[in-house]
Design a protein around this ligand. Sequence first.
Ligand code: ZN
Length: 170
Amino acid sequence: MEVRRSARRRRTVSAYREGDRTVVLIPARMSEAEEKRWVNVMLDKLAAQESKRVLGDAELAERAERLSEQCFEGRARPTSVRWVTNQNTRWGSCTPSEGSIRLSHRLQGMPEYVVDYVLVHELAHLLVPGHGPRFWRLLEAYPRTERARGYLEGVVAADRLPHLPAAREE
Ligand SMILES: [Zn+2]
């Protein structure tokens, strides 16, 4: 992995593979902390692009079941888990009274651990509504919660930057 700083770049970050190497291009004035954060976001983006496989609803339900076993001893039991395309401001939602979970299609193509995090999050809501301390304590059962939340925050931040190209070949 190689990070190249460019004085010409003002706000854009991009990444591409060059043989065995991954090159991340960042603006010269970016801080170390920002660099670290963006490198992670871009590496995840590249990985996601390279594994474009989309889970079907049946696989999604299976996955939710497995995660419920792993994290909540199987106590969260959704009646349905499916993708929806009408959800652009939330990554996932659930209706505890019905036991249904819906994931935004915008998650498709993101790393598996991110999709799993959103599933675990919605599964946890079947057990605890709202985002109080009890809820986040439940989420500690999923080891990549912090990383996944960081990834999703990065995606939201990237959407807001003008002219930010998607990871691409240059
Ligand atoms: Zn929530």
